[in-house]
Design a protein around this ligand. Sequence first.
Ligand SMILES: *Cc1c(COP(=O)(O)O)cnc(C)c1O
Length: 403
Amino acid sequence: MTQEWQAGRLDSDLHGVGFDTLAVRAGQRRTPEGEHGEALFTSSSYVFRSAAEAAAVFAGEQPGNVYSRYTNPTVRTFEERIAALEGAEQAVATASGMAAILAMVMSLCSAGDHVLVSRSVFGATVSLFDKYFKRFGVQVDYVPLTDLQAWRDALRDNTRLLFVESPSNPLAELVDIAALAEIAHAGGAWLAVDNCFCTPVLQKPLALGADIVIHSATKFIDGQGRCLGGVVAGRAEQMKEVVGFLRTAGPTLSPFNAWVFLKGLETLRLRMQAHCAAAQQLAEWLEQQPQVEHVYYAGLPSHPQHALACRQQTGFGAVVSFEVRGGKAAAWRCVDATRMISITANLGDSKTTITHPASTTHGRLSAEDRQRAGISDGLLRIAVGLEDIADIQADLARGLAQV
Ligand SMILES: *Cc1c(COP(=O)(O)O)cnc(C)c1O
């Protein structure tokens, strides 16, 4: 039936088309209804024409859906579109970004394996490794993101996986992904990159040499703060293991969320370009403000890794962090004096958000760990949305006036 609709149409053969075309069309399968938009399949199970057909599909001798914990057509469209955009052989969708990391480690690592994790990863990622994976015998060490020699030195014979976020949250530190991939491969390990902050619009980790890409689709892929979801993407042999874990353990993506993300992907480049342009303007403006001690944004020539960011990314993202003079009290006054910007730790939304990392996202760290991570009491993080930049700036100016 798919052939019936698509034979002779470009949708059936998207080889060689550009990124924007893939973002709009990759993975779509039309039903006999001839719908233009992607169909949303809300079905937990699937029917067969006969007992023999059921047996053949269950046995994997004939293609077909069995149960939505295994496969779902809307989820598959989302997976194929992400794989096309990241340049991966296969992508596997998960219930959240954390479920993506869980599925990756559970399917690719075993007790006795050693994993190296960047010190500057998402807080829940650290908890997942420290509180849970360690309990099941996975050895975990943390390495400063930017220090390639430290990564080399930390490798062991049993190191299986290196895991990073670049750029990091909230300080926008980068690692040279190509160089780190070489280090991983020389040690017989895989490099996995959480590409949540850049999305494939701004950075393609697999093209740089990484083996696996992780996403929290909750952020920019949705782009409007509606749904939770995640993705793991990489080579087919690895993804086969991830699929095996997911269909057994169950943290699969809801078809409704996949459908929302498909709509998000269609506008991803336009949104990322708007986020980046506004964030750049805001970062440059913040650097001029007397109450601001330091601005962390890789698009600024003052950023120590600006050259690497220009080489590795095609844009610098939506997240701008800055330090105000006067520590926590001043930072809180700044937050409380804004009237429009949302006070929330989420990001990747069309609404601009502000957060005080030391008392929220990084509040559970000890004061020493926070200091080591560079999260000072005066640090604020903005995830720039899609409102008028003049209004975002005016709101922050109100905040800064109280610093
Ligand atoms: C939000 C986030 C996650 C976790 O994703 P969820 O969808 O909230 O589970 C992982 N990594 C990064 C970088 C994130 O920002």
